[in-house]
Unconditional design. Sequence first.
Length: 355
Amino acid sequence: MTSGALPSNPFVAAGMIEDPRLFVGRKDELHAIASRMKGDQPTSINIVGEKHIGKSSLLHYFVLTWEQRVLNNSSYVVIYLPLRGVDCQTEMGFYEAVAEGLLNHIQGWQQRSLQNPWKTKPLNRQAFSDAVKEWKQQGKLPVLCLDDFESLLKYPDKFDNGFYDNLRSLMDSNALMLVVASRKQLDVYANEHRFVSSFFNIGHTISLNELTTDEAIELSRLPTRSTNGAALSVDEQNHAQQWGNRHPYKLQLAGYYLWEARQQGKVIKWAKQQFEQQLAHPKQQQSNWRSYLYLIFVDLPKRLGSFTKFTGETLGDFGSWIIGMAIIVMVILALAGVLHWSQVWDFVRDKLGIK
């Protein structure tokens, strides 16, 4: 558990909540994960929720607190593994990252029998399976909390059906439990990416939604080290709840800027502006990129191509777009030194009918 002083501003405006003292709510979800660890048949879980709903924070908090929820905690080793890390871009990299995480929780010379299976080199698919099965024989269940599952989908040549089938086989033999966080249900990704492995029909799905009203109120009352009381005044708490409603990220963002406003001597209106700008920024950025792409690849080629109408030709929008794209490509090639500018000018003159 984390010790030491609380942060001055306890609200996390971006990223994962790492201090367990600042984690709020999700009691039902935490109980559901723990309850599926117990017994002879552990059930793997898919935690599903939109971006910024708190999936990473939930997994991280569970890893820090699972021992309080399970009676026979000597039977488990629970680790958090963010799959977006560079170590998880290859299959063996994934196995090595898992091994490192598990070994960090096995201490002392008396645990050598648990450490040795993970020190096989190379730690390939077979060696990974053997290590997991060896742990089962010794009465130890690895529970892997895998965050940002979408990262594996970027490397379908590295993580193929065979990789997923092997994980499923270990899960089915009760030797491995996974808690997988993703934005969509795993079976949706199977359809989108044409995976046929039964891994994607994972045992149980938990949908992560907004906080309850009581949890939202509790979040707005997070403590600070400066007063050992709530970081926000009652009035500021009310503003945070109004702006963020019950969405964890929006509540954190509102609390963050309300606290900053007071520290900087700013008015509530300033905090509201910062809050709204931060929410709108990613959408605005995406909108700007779409506008730029449309301008470069649709609008500009059509405008360039439309100059041919001066010659009396009737090409239509598609014909104008083709000629416009050709002009753009030739200009790029000229800038790269592949073509001479005279060749570009000859092409334009020909299309405009200039002698």
